[in-house]
Design a protein around this ligand. Structure first.
Ligand SMILES: Cc1cc2nc3c(=O)[nH]c(=O)nc-3n(C[C@H](O)[C@H](O)[C@H](O)COP(=O)(O)OP(=O)(O)OC[C@H]3O[C@@H](n4cnc5c(N)ncnc54)[C@H](O)[C@@H]3O)c2cc1C
Length: 396
């Protein structure tokens, strides 16, 4: 990974290298840097030592799942992590450091949560941001599609069927109980429906307000979406294997991922690249219009030009080019506003619980606990699996 900050390049492939680079840049903070990562490591180990759901639970869920006693014992059993649970990331950074540039640098990966440091629970920053410094970041070999393919294979091996190009128009509800789903003129009957679409779409469009309590509808309507982004995808006839896989340019607010580095996603001597920056859904005209296409083209060119400062002559080596606006993301995933992580992930958001007010309807997605990101979404299915096993036992 490379960070570009105040014109300097900071390369780090592990925690030791990162600490060394930071200490050289901020010698007056050297001791604090060591102390910060020492505490972060301890807090991280504590939070993962007694997990049931694959991720630490917030206080209200500890009480819900384990009872109030567990919460009372929590500070004693997790002396370092408990503090991260109760503070924001900004408060944690302020506790250790005085140099504002250093604090900014340690927020470089907050895009992985899409939140501001003062609105980020420190424990979320620990598991979703600081964890990259501690243990690195990973991706499925040969790209993310492999992950979806493996899930499909698993379902099919267990006698299930995966139907693509089947948009659910309606979740059928009768007297507060789910009865199945409707796709065009086909009805799929089922006493259990697990919704993976965003909760706004699930409740407001598929279930329908008429089947829900007014307060619940208001609560769902008020949930804020997380930020979206603009992306440029390039296939280039350049050997970029000498570059780090991820380059975060803090000075100009964008990142470059050289996807082909260590993934085999491009032939020898060629490379595949994604350039990504934050973007607002409402800044883009309606998809397909002349204005929209023009804006998309200009935005892509603008980003390629910026990236060219890091990868000289990039624009001259483009073999394939495509781009995605927040509206493209919405088109492909049906996620409102093309949000990256479903709902806003700041400390104030109260995500819907996986059990819904409709009997038999459950959520397993970025809309529910613990939130956005592939790993988090996988974890969102764990309570459901436990509940399903319990329902099966009841049936036997
Ligand atoms: C640009 C970008 C980069 C990201 N990078 C990372 C990353 O590096 N690491 C990471 O962990 N996470 C990353 N994320 C976040 C991650 O992709 C999401 O949090 C995660 O995929 C959400 O999973 P999900 O199952 O909730 O929703 P989705 O993956 O969006 O799946 C929902 C599915 O439901 C389908 N659907 C919607 N409505 C209906 C309907 N009515 N009928 C039938 N099907 C329907 C959609 O087509 C979609 O296939 C990124 C997201 C974006 C947008």
């Amino acid at each position: 990974m490379r960070y570009i900050f105040k014109g300097k390049e900071i390369d780090a492939s592990n925690l030791e290298e990162f600490i060394k680079a930071l200490s050289e840049m901020f010698p007056e903070e050297k001791e604090n840097i060591y102390a910060f990562f020492d505490e972060a490591k301890k807090a991280y180990e504590e939070c993962y030592k007694d997990l049931v759901y694959g991720v630490p639970l917030p206080a209200e869920l500890i009480v819900k799942v384990f009872g109030a006693k567990k919460l009372l014992d929590y500070p004693k059993e997790h002396p370092h992590f408990f503090d991260w649970m109760n503070r924001t990331y900004k408060q944690k950074l302020d506790e250790f450091f005085t140099n504002e540039d250093l604090k900014t640098l340690l927020c470089a990966l907050l895009g992985y949560l899409g939140t501001k440091p003062e609105e980020t629970r420190a424990s979320s920053a620990l598991t979703a941001v600081v964890s990259y410094y501690l243990h690195g970041g990973y991706f499925p070999k040969r790209g993310a599609q492999r992950f979806a393919d493996r899930l499909k294979e698993f379902i099919e091996c267990n006698g299930g069927k995966v139907l693509t190009r089947h948009r659910v128009d309606k979740i059928i509800v009768e007297k507060g109980e789910v009865k199945g789903v409707r796709v065009g003129n086909k009805i799929f009957k089922s006493p259990i429906v697990v919704a993976n679409a965003n909760a706004k779409t699930t409740f407001l469009e598929l279930v329908g307000e008429e089947n829900l309590d007014r307060d619940f509808v208001e609560y769902i309507k008020k949930l804020k979406m997380s930020p979206s982004c603009f992306m440029v995808f390039l296939g280039v006839d350049m050997d970029l294997s000498g570059y780090p896989t991820i380059i975060e340019n803090l000075d100009e607010g964008y990142s470059i991922a050289i996807n082909s580095n260590d993934s085999g996603l491009a032939p020898k001597g060629k490379a595949s690249i994604t350039i990504l920056t934050g973007a607002n859904y409402h800044d883009f005209p309606e998809r397909g219009t002349k204005e929209y296409l023009e804006k998309k083209r200009e935005f892509a060119e603008f980003l390629i030009k910026k990236a060219e400062k890091i990868i000289p002559n990039l624009s001259k080596h483009i073999v394939v080019q495509d781009a995605a606006t927040p509206k493209t993301l919405e088109r492909y995933t049906s996620m409102p506003e093309g949000a990256i992580y479903a709902f806003d992930q700041s400390i104030n958001t109260k995500r819907p619980y996986f059990k819904t007010p409709i009997k038999g309807l459950y959520l397993a997605s970025a809309s529910t606990f613990p939130g956005g990101g592939i790993e988090a979404v996988v974890i969102s299915g764990i309570p459901l699996r436990k509940r399903y096993m319990w329902l099966e036992q009841e049936r036997v």
